[in-house]
Write a protein that binds this ligand. Sequence first.
Ligand code: ADP
Ligand code: MG
Length: 578
Amino acid sequence: MLRRLPEAVVNRIAAGEVVERPASALKELVENAIDAGAGRIDCALRQGGAASISVDDDGAGIARDELALALERHATSKLADDDLVDIRTLGFRGEALPSIGAVSRLTITSRANGASEAWRLAVDNGSIGALEPAARAGGTRVEAAGLFRAVPARLKFLKSARAEYLAAADMLKRLAMARPALAFSLEHDGRRAWASPAASDLLARLADVLGAEFADNSVPVALEADGLRLTGHAGLPTWHRGTAQAQYLFVNGRPVRDRLLQGAVRAGYEELVPRGRFPVLALFLDVPPDRVDVNVHPAKTEIRFRDAGRVRSLIVSALRRALAEEGHRAAMPAAAAPLVGRFRPGGSSTPPLALAERASEWQAPLDPALAPSAPPPAPEAPGAAGLPLGAARAQLHDTYIVAQTGDGIVLVDQHAAHERLVLERMRRALAEGRPPRQALLLPEVVELDEAGAERLAAKAGELAELGLVLERFGPEAVLVRETPAALGEADAKGLVRDLADDLAEHGLALALKERLEDVAATMACHGSVRAGRRLGAQEMDALLREMEATPRSGQCNHGRPTYVELKLADIERLFGRR
Ligand code: ADP
Ligand code: MG
């Protein structure tokens, strides 16, 4: 029999798309407060939001006569005309309140601007109660209690209270980043979890979300073209993380997760950030409303652009420009990389002059007095010149080792090479059992977000097996006591943060072995000789000899070469002698 479904059933079906979990309910309620013109928005969750979610604002409020309408499906005050072309509010579908009301006990208390009293209306899993007078100075408070309690099929998909809370907190912070002028606060189980006062500029709000260090490690981005505008702050290429989680992207003030935008960000940082690493950034794209469709999915986090190509090139050029202006702070692309492939024994297709020009980009200054970092000439290691990587002769720019071989020269990127050596050392130590570790003179406190601290603490046992001993230190930090000896003087802070990212990304899904390899690679990166450290003659030779004895030492852990070799014949060709 064909029949029309009762409204309560329709709402419950729709609720499946609009409210998936507490975080999505919180998002809808906060968006409503923002749309209502609130100046402050106070949120509170109990048991990760499963017990209750409440959002209190000082916005325009809802008039007595409209309270019941607000709970009705497809009733909205936000679409002035009926085309879906010019959408300037976060909400417009008129389905959040009825949907949440279909799967919880929802109470709205509100006092409209200019009204003399406040009113309350509740709906209990779809059945609407009676309008009651209430006490309230202004604005609106919406509370959803017992989310999904009447829908066991959905309830069982909720994760732990902790996980739901963290997802909700992340959602709130994303919304808050796009509205620095509004004050936000979040309570969990009665305790203040996060707050950010109304900020005069974006960077202050970003610091409240991403940490104070973000300001020092980012550059402003601003570019306008073709009626599109991109603003925000982009992290320096050297300040990267293990996942894309800290890439915050917004379109017309709406947090989005969009592949097109993520791809454009990747292209903007091309060659600046190692593969598999993600810079931290917050970018805001403003597109005329008629050139973007946000009505792709009820949760409104997916979007479609009418001119995707323009959006992409705007982002790529804005990032490249912003990062290039800060070239002295950012890691530049390897100028010599294209050169490597051209020097294949057996001749080159590139005219010698062009090669010579390229080569001058990385040549050492001719006047020895201008080469500040050249160490005293190395005492020749007996017979070293006959070995594959030759005898170390000089260090240039505190970064490259120049060695002489039997029939040419070798240029080694000391950081890339050392990183590989450390990784292979750690692998050996892992294969042999417990790797040796060393205690820090002073245990180091590393501040993280709550989720990160929690994940690391939960894995403390496995990390200790790898030689990293840490423990939880308050809600948002861990204390590092020992580091793997293979790392030498490790950068504990960077290491621990990256590991937290790795855990967020991979969780428990990876096989233990693979995970250990991953962790080892992250650790190796932080334990390596940085580019910019001066090495003595013996240190340089020791590095070359260890490279010769270590598998895979021709590539760093990111797949880039660790050294390039020029045969005398290649050099002669460069000078037009052949
Ligand atoms: P939408 O936001 O898509 O319009 P909702 O179901 O979320 O749909 O809300 C329905 C209506 O209720 C809104 O259009 C708005 O008029 C009113 N409303 C909801 N929350 C608030 C609030 N916090 N302050 C003022 N009005 C609100
Ligand atoms: Mg809404």
